[in-house]
Design a protein around this ligand. Structure first.
Ligand code: ZN
Length: 85
């Protein structure tokens, strides 16, 4: 019986750790979501870690743009600019 008691305490301890880890993970994810600004061009979520420089479509200090805008708007705009000069 003494061993059963021990087991219960241990399993409770383990559950506590498991819950804490899960909460920590959720809090960390929330924090990362908050720190991520949306794309300055389409307002969508930036999927990768850093985003892309939106120049020359938007000012660099306005924020970052997402993958989609980078390839469909920013890069064509840069190519256009390059051909204008
Ligand atoms: Zn975008």
């Amino acid at each position: 019986m003494a061993k059963d008691k021990e087991y219960v305490i241990e399993s409770k301890g383990f559950d506590h750790v498991a819950i804490s880890r899960e909460r920590y993970k959720i809090e960390l994810e929330d924090l990362m979501k908050k720190e991520k600004d949306p794309c300055v061009i389409c307002g969508g979520e930036i999927a990768d870690d850093w985003g892309h420089n939106p120049e020359p479509v938007k000012e660099y200090n306005e924020g970052k743009c997402c993958d989609t805008c980078n390839f469909t708007i920013v890069l064509p705009a840069r190519i256009k600019l390059a051909y204008q000069h």
